[in-house]
Design a protein around this ligand. Sequence first.
Ligand code: ZN
Ligand code: MN
Length: 142
Amino acid sequence: MERTTRYSKKRQAILEVIRGTSVHPTADWIYQQLKPSHPDLSLGTVYRNLSLFREQGVVKSVGVVDGQERFDADLSPHSHFICTQCGAVFDLHTMALDKGLDDTVEEQYGHHVSHHDLTFRGVCHTCCKKRSKQDTANGISS
Ligand code: ZN
Ligand code: MN
């Protein structure tokens, strides 16, 4: 009984960390956040709970960035931009999802689309700024 309580407390703590951040964390990031307050937590427990959450539809996977899966507790339909330079994952909440894409899939393949999400990859605004600063410092003008 006590075991169960302790177990679900950890589960709750893991979920709160994901819900409380917009970084779209990795399992390791979540583990690092909780380690100080939960010294007996293991990375394996974080992984186990993440796959459970995903099965339950409580969190979703955004994709793998630099070999590490990224998670999102925001289940509202939205797209993402992933920076290939710094690994940051940004929400594109205000970008309207194109209903035309759903129609295209239905027309061309006959599948019924309930929703879609897009993942864009490239260099984020912060990395772009850094890059142009470096170019200026190196005497390269764009
Ligand atoms: Zn970046
Ligand atoms: Mn997101």
